[in-house]
Design a binder for this molecule. Sequence first.
Ligand SMILES: NC(=O)c1ccc[n+]([C@@H]2O[C@H](COP(=O)([O-])OP(=O)(O)OC[C@H]3O[C@@H](n4cnc5c(N)ncnc54)[C@H](O)[C@@H]3O)[C@@H](O)[C@H]2O)c1
Ligand SMILES: [Zn+2]
Length: 410
Amino acid sequence: MNAETFKQNFTADDSTDKESLDNVLSIIEDVKQNKDDALKKYTAQFDGQKIEDFKVPAEKLKNSFDNLSIDEQNSLILIKERIANYQQSIKYKDFEDGEFSYVYHPLERIGIYIPGGTALYPSSVLMTAVPATAAGVGNIVAVTPTFTEDNITFAALYLAGVTEVYTVGGAQAIAALAYGTESIKKVDKIVGPGNKYVALAKKQVFGDVGIDMIAGPSEILLYVDESADYTAVAYDIFAQAEHDVNARTFLLADNQEVIEGIQSEVDRLISSQVRADVIRESLKNNHYQIADTREALIDVINFIAPEHVSIQHADEQNISRKIRYAGAVFIGKYSPEAIGDYAAGPSHVLPTNQTGRFSHGLNVNDFLTSHAVINLKEGTYNNIAEAAKTIAQKEGLDAHYESLNIRTER
Ligand SMILES: NC(=O)c1ccc[n+]([C@@H]2O[C@H](COP(=O)([O-])OP(=O)(O)OC[C@H]3O[C@@H](n4cnc5c(N)ncnc54)[C@H](O)[C@@H]3O)[C@@H](O)[C@H]2O)c1
Ligand SMILES: [Zn+2]
């Protein structure tokens, strides 16, 4: 299809069905009232686990790391260092200019949600805990519905230096972090990915606690031309589609022949994929192919604000410079999106579902709070006080006027 047809027919996903929302609201209320008892009830109901003490003992975290192979340990260590270096390099610095400064401080206590319902996510541990540590957050607590004896999620938590870990998941874990229970102390901000119950719960508790963003089903947009390796592009499409039947893939090209060339690689390779069933379902409902002019395609990219944009095109640098809204942009053959999932450096926790038009991927600065410090000299005051007094008078706020006036009189 062309860009115009696409834009007319595309609607943002609305996964907030009423039933799930009611479910989440009643879970949150229950945790507020009944605290740990409610956590135990829902952990039995949704995760089939009978838990007395949610806290994971320190030795369990350490054993999980010790029991990995040397290769696995070294992979986690290398990735952790890359993330830490990158995050340090983009950290905001205090601004000082005589009468003004703008200062940053790390948040005191944050909660990270690590998914665990159907898979293990050690990468999500490093992509949340390491930026928080780079910000200087002292107190990081992790919640995850992960119940096996030792596992790579616990190993990554150990390596990241997170010592406060609770085996609880879903909306009940988010409510516990937001309001506190007998065993889990309230946090200032909750970050991290999760399924729709987790996402809905985060949206509900926002305001009582900070959140990073709402991240829904994953997305990739690929902008390619004849110079791209069609087989590699087919794998990039599979890599996104295998996440979830709701994952979205967009293939953009300057002409239809390129799209057909890639489609024939997709057709040739799809049955040999381990997760072919998920990929087929995802491509059936959530795969879009758009051929149009450069200008129209750039417009489509900024309209979708995709979680991931991958440009594999002879003119990739110029295309990249025109992109305003995206979770992250990957340029060229050697920056496939999959490297960003694990090891490139920037966090893989990114906004989806057009929310990239107003939010950004998780980074070190999301764990800082900031404020201005104002310390004016007399000369500056006198230069601006008359203007302030004029407006105060117009607003009818007399005490404001007097507060300003008394200082110009003396
Ligand atoms: N954007 C990212 O960076 C990123 C990274 C990793 C994973 N993810 C996403 O995270 C999600 C992980 O989902 P998951 O399910 O495997 O794990 P999860 O930990 O997010 O959710 C599991 C929890 O859901 C709750 N739950 C299950 N069924 C429920 C029901 N009927 N009512 C209320 N609560 C219920 C349970 O309490 C359970 O503990 C996937 O959608 C994946 O794509 C995103
Ligand atoms: Zn991925």
